[in-house]
Design a protein around this ligand. Sequence first.
Ligand SMILES: Cc1cc2nc3c(=O)[nH]c(=O)nc-3n(C[C@H](O)[C@H](O)[C@H](O)COP(=O)(O)OP(=O)(O)OC[C@H]3O[C@@H](n4cnc5c(N)ncnc54)[C@H](O)[C@@H]3O)c2cc1C
Ligand code: SF4
Length: 525
Amino acid sequence: MAAKFALNDGEAIVIIGSGAGGGTLANELAQKGVNKIVLLEAGRNFEEEEIENDEFGMFLKLSWLDKRQAVGAWSVARTGPNLPAWIVKGVGGSTMHWAGVSLRFKPYEFKIRTTYGAVPGANLLDWPISYEDLAPYYDRAVQKMGISGTPGGQPELPHNNLHKVASAAAKKFGYKDVIHPMAIQSVPSDGRPSCQQIGFCMQGCKVGAKWATNYTEIPKALATGRVDLRPQSMVLKIEHDREGKVSGVLYQDKDGKQHLQKARIVALAGNSIESPRLLLNSATSRFPQGLANSSGQVGRNYMGHTTAGLFSIYEKPINMHRGNAVAAIIADEARNDPSRGFFGGYYFEVLQMGLPFVAAFLRPPSGWGREMTTALEQYDRMAGVWVCGEQLPCEGNSITLHATEKDQYGLPIPVVSNSDHANDAMLRQHGRTQWQKMNEGFGSIRTVEQPTWSSTHNLGTNRMSEKPRDGVVNKWGQSHDIKNLFVSDGSQFTSSAAANPTLTIVSLAIRQAEYIVDQMKKGAI
Ligand SMILES: Cc1cc2nc3c(=O)[nH]c(=O)nc-3n(C[C@H](O)[C@H](O)[C@H](O)COP(=O)(O)OP(=O)(O)OC[C@H]3O[C@@H](n4cnc5c(N)ncnc54)[C@H](O)[C@@H]3O)c2cc1C
Ligand code: SF4
């Protein structure tokens, strides 16, 4: 299909990646009247009939399976050495796969250096913005995304059996804060239906009750006539002019042809592995360390959350698979209370998984055999949880370029290095112990654990900082070094917080769009 806007049009606003950050930014800019937005997406567009209620079928269809390498002390380096992250390659990005949990950061989580002090071995930094700065944008994101079960949003989704069991167990244990804020509609709105409780939220939600940019932001953006979506367009390099401003991007289409799209502004939203990788791959003689990298922080401080997947088995059926992917969230441990032995907090995200995923991921410490098969026999009696907690930023947890291995585009593959900080390990262990005690106190007879999955939350590799020497972008997501280059995805996070990231990514994109429009009007970019 011919490009809607000319390749040599230097007024184009180029957005790389169409997921939570990029898809939202495209729509926000288009709704504000910005014209000539070129949305480049490496993956293809999935039609509604391609969305199947099939865990492995959809994983294979949607996932970014280009070669990557996982290294470091985390277990994924052994269990998934070529799959450090579970990320989507397709129009809509990982919002196709996400479960919809929509939590705000807590105010202290924007200020971890001030709150926790200097933690040896970690690279803590305060965000250059506060909770109060982002609060109005959180409110707007709640409306935009049709979030249920949160103040100002839609009514909470119906409680399934897993919710009832987990909630009763939590209350018996003394927890009080059982919540369910989900970007899944409980009432029809915005031209989308309410949730049908089918349970395949992470397989693309066939009916569109779950917010995803391919169902919401992108169609709305295209309807303005101001956006040119180019699927199967993998950006290989960001180019700059003699003054050091970005001037365009080189990308490869589905037929293997390369094109140079000129640009007035480039916004990078390829998720926290591809975004720094592209900056590093765009090195030139003027920017030998890569673009936007005078601080040397591009690719550093990778955070994926501190997690554990546990399944508690009861004597009677629960049938956790009936209803949403995430049935409830227990929020009592999401606080900074160093008396527990670690900084930061975590959520219990009460989670169902279909039998195929439970069977594939469940490898008890003893390996295959009776321990595994007896657990699988009890699938209908399982209550699952994902402990999701803060991971401290550490410089050594990073995205770097492989010295020799190349991908199908001829680019060095990304190497994702990740290891627990001692704080992360203590937080994880606390989560495991509390979950087990809570369920045993409610009649659970056994708890089994899955090894850590490939990372679904990927954050922090182009972080925001007040001072250029500490990070990559300023409080607007704008490169400290190159003023017409923006980062619009989770890689701009300065801390991971305990909360799942997407609501914050969307709120930042809404805020960033306002800034870009303002700066364009002033002729500053
Ligand atoms: C199974 C699963 C469950 C999840 N559940 C939750 C949840 O409940 N709550 C929550 O908050 N978060 C959840 N997440 C995480 C959430 O999906 C991500 O945080 C969010 O989508 C990240 O947004 P992003 O804009 O940073 O990147 P993405 O949404 O991943 O978008 C990046 C896009 O950029 C494209 N791209 C990358 N490089 C290039 C390039 N060079 N050229 C062109 N295009 C490129 C990719 O193909 C992709 O489409 C989940 C994720 C998964 C996988
Ligand atoms: S349970 Fe609701 S959100 Fe999940 S796939 Fe079904 S309709 Fe979509």
